[in-house]
Design a protein around this ligand. Sequence first.
Ligand code: NAD
Length: 331
Amino acid sequence: RQLRVALMGLGSYATRVAEAMESCQRAKLVGIVTGTPAKAEAWKKKYNIPDKNIYNYQTVSQLKNNPDIDAVYIITPNSLHHQHVMQVAAAGKHVICEKPLADTAKQAQEMITACEKAGMKLYVGYRLHFEPHTREVIRMREAGELGTILFVDNTCGFKIGDPTQWRLKKALAGGGALMDVGIYAINGARYGTGEEPLWVTAQEIKTDPVKFAEVDETITFQMGFPGGAIATCSTTYNFNNLGRLYVVGEKGFAELDPAFGYGPIKGRTHKGPLNQPVITHQTAQMDGLAECILDNKPDPNMTGHEALRDMKVIDAIYESIRKGGQKIMIG
Ligand code: NAD
């Protein structure tokens, strides 16, 4: 049996996901939610989607009457995730939602609760948890091959283009580079250490206050972990070629660079180069999540609860910035 998925929000990432899903074995694109009739027409033709599986943002609640859709993958602007997850959960469908799960940890908790009450799974599109080089670094760390983790240095950013896009508008983006891609550095520090950070300090640098009037441009932050590891991380919307995960342990190190893009991910460790297979992340993610939902396989570290932990760190980073770089304990 295949997981029958509807995509909500047919923008650039949804287009990539749909193409990747053409190679899936266990997941199938069967429906869409879009506010643009022309897109509905084009996707209907391209993916052979029946009219009864085509929804708009006003008809989402009617999904509950459709037994031919199992899950909805929400790929809309960040600040819409909360309302869209609540609607999909209420319609009794499993939810896959893009990162960041929400604008705040409080919202993320509400979304988790709504999905749990509805008896539906909630996953967040942290595609790297199915990426083989990333998996190998995690395996090495868990197997003790890096020894006690002492230090993490993660960076993730890019130069943003079109100044009119939603990513630069707080009402739709929730925040700036930190929300969009800094979250990879946070998530990477958590899977790099296998621990939850205890505290964070953060600094914001804004070189273009006009373009970045509403959202953050460049943020550097530091985290401390219970086992003694510290992390230094940076994120930006102001320059390219920033996407590295570096984990240092007592016995060795692991480096992925590039670490967070669509691939190929490249890396090395103290034992030599990493030569894991190069895969399409979104294909592996959708097949993997289909197995979790349909076959009850153990969840990967991309559940709503995992995303909530990242959101708590994001909340604390913004709080630290507001308080002039003060050390914030993470609750
Ligand atoms: P996009 O602008 O290309 O697409 C957003 C879609 O949402 C569009 O189809 C737009 O029409 C629709 N939409 C619905 N309501 C809207 C509204 N009120 N205002 C504006 N647009 C509205 O953006 P994208 O790059 O596809 O990003 C969408 C989501 O996917 C974001 O949450 C982003 O963080 C995430 N994303 C994840 C990855 C990843 O690697 N996991 C990569 C890119 C984007």
